[in-house]
Design a protein around this ligand. Sequence first.
Ligand code: ZN
Length: 101
Amino acid sequence: MLARDGWPMEQAVIVFTYAGAPGISSPDRETFWRAFGVPVFEQYLSPANKLLATECDAHEGLHVVSDCEGFPLEYDICPCGNPAPRVTRGSRIEELAGLLA
Ligand SMILES: [Zn+2]
């Protein structure tokens, strides 16, 4: 809607998500891509808005910035080259399936 109303988006959409809530799903990303033609980057925040992890160009999880103890972490080197471990973020369906397992 914003793009249609003449509010151009030329770089990216940054989406803030919060600890305990699901990440951005693939359909969500596709919706942003169709609406704005730009990639989505997720920034994962604590309830006090402290940055916990941030998504890179590789979109292979979110690199830990601080305080991500207890989250499932991926330690393989990211395709972007950043050696910081990544919080794995699956789709909502995958997360729900994980909670029910
Ligand atoms: Zn990366």
